[in-house]
Design a protein around this ligand. Structure first.
Ligand code: TRP
Length: 362
């Protein structure tokens, strides 16, 4: 069986380092592994509109931001198909048929939908489109027969719901769709990198994100003012590493070779943590270390972005071509889906002949 990846992001803002360690970095590695037959990366503008219906301008402007972030991280349009969700109307059509295979109560139980409804204070005024976005996400995945979906941990309920839809479809209409597997980061801290303020999630509205497109100075300022241990007042005080954002970021970004290069007096991260916990290690030193590591990781991304920012029309052209490729692929699946459901009337000679015969007998 061929190995196919589909994944994507909502274009509601520039991508940040949480996206990077949670998914983007892995995608680039998977792309370069050469192990996959097809890779589809989708800018999910239609999904973004499910809770931004009154602000299409925001979605529109962020399409290119996300594309720039993708390319600057190393996604390569020669090796993967990058496309825009709304340019593939087959996805909407598939969603409509899948809607018959999912109950309202099942959607209400989806933990991600539940959490998002709370976060957005929708309560009793949930837009139907938003409520049903797990179904549209199942269409996104199945349209490409993707068996591998690299995502953050928060997306696991979406993949589970997609698998249920696939099983239900195949059981009802015959084997047609492929059941996908989620692929989440191996390093657990990468699943949910906290904001620079130590809050559980990075979010634009909280102003606690480090963006891939931030300048060197912005990154440094954000790191130097990061949340640590509020009780670690004097260098000699023992410090706490749990809930200390600087150490969480080190868990996500630090590799053994960084010590040799930037902090040779410590052999590894465990020793650095132990010293901090004992007391005698100041926040500034740890922050400077984190800054050195993150600047090293982000500098090439920033440099590529600066080049790419001069090629905006070419990037739109790349997205147009990618969307055409994606549409052709989704159209194939849609016609198989319709054949399985026996709603491909004009291709169905059996139906046409049977109906003709029925009336010929009269
Ligand atoms: N829900 C994803 C996000 O919020 C975006 C997305 C849409 C997606 N369709 C998808 C991810 C299909 C993986 C597969 O970022």
């Amino acid at each position: 069986m061929s190995k196919i990846i589909l994944t994507g992001d909502r274009p509601t803002g520039r991508l940040h380092v949480g996206h990077y360690v949670g998914s983007l970095k892995r995608r680039v590695e998977l792309q370069n592994s050469g192990e996959f037959d097809k890779i589809f990366i989708m800018i999910a503008d239609a999904q973004a509109l499910t809770d931004n219906a009154d602000n299409p301008e925001k979605v529109r402007e962020n399409i290119i931001e996300v594309a720039l972030d993708y390319l600057s991280c190393g996604l390569d349009p020669e090796k993967c198909t990058i496309f825009i969700q709304s340019m593939v109307p087959e996805l909407t059509e598939l969603s409509f048929y899948y809607m018959n295979l999912v109950t309202v109560s099942r959607l209400q139980r989806n933990p991600t939908v539940k959490a998002e409804i709370q976060m957005r204070n929708f309560e009793t005024s949930i837009p139907v489109g938003f409520f049903t976005y797990p179904i549209s996400q199942a269409a996104d995945i199945t349209a490409f027969k993707a068996n591998c979906v690299p995502v953050g941990e928060d997306q696991l309920p979406m993949i589970e719901q997609c698998r249920e839809i696939v099983r239900r479809f195949n059981f009802t209409y015959g084997d047609t769709l492929v059941e996908p597997e989620a692929m989440i980061p191996e390093n657990e801290v990468c699943c949910r990198l906290p904001g620079t303020d130590g809050k559980a999630k990075m979010s634009k509205s909280l102003g606690n994100c480090i963006y891939l497109s931030d300048s060197e100075e912005e990154v440094r300022n954000k790191i130097m003012s990061m949340f640590t241990d509020p009780n670690h007042l004097k260098v000699t005080d023992p410090g706490c590493i749990e809930g200390n954002a600087v150490f969480t970021y080190l868990d996500a970004f630090c590799r053994p070779e960084h010590f040799e290069k930037y902090l040779p007096e410590y052999p590894n991260l465990d020793e650095l943590k132990a010293h901090y916990q004992r007391g005698g290690l100041g926040d500034v030193k740890v922050k400077r270390f984190l800054n050195a590591i993150m600047q090293e990781e982000l500098a090439p991304i920033r440099e590529r972005r600066a080049q790419l920012e001069k090629q905006i029309p070419e990037i739109f052209e790349m997205l147009r071509k990618g969307s055409e490729v994606a549409q052709a692929e989704a159209a194939k699946t849609l016609s198989e889906v319709k054949a399985s459901m026996k709603i491909n009337y004009f291709d169905d000679m059996e139906l046409i002949n049977a109906m003709a015969a029925k009336y010929a007998e009269k």
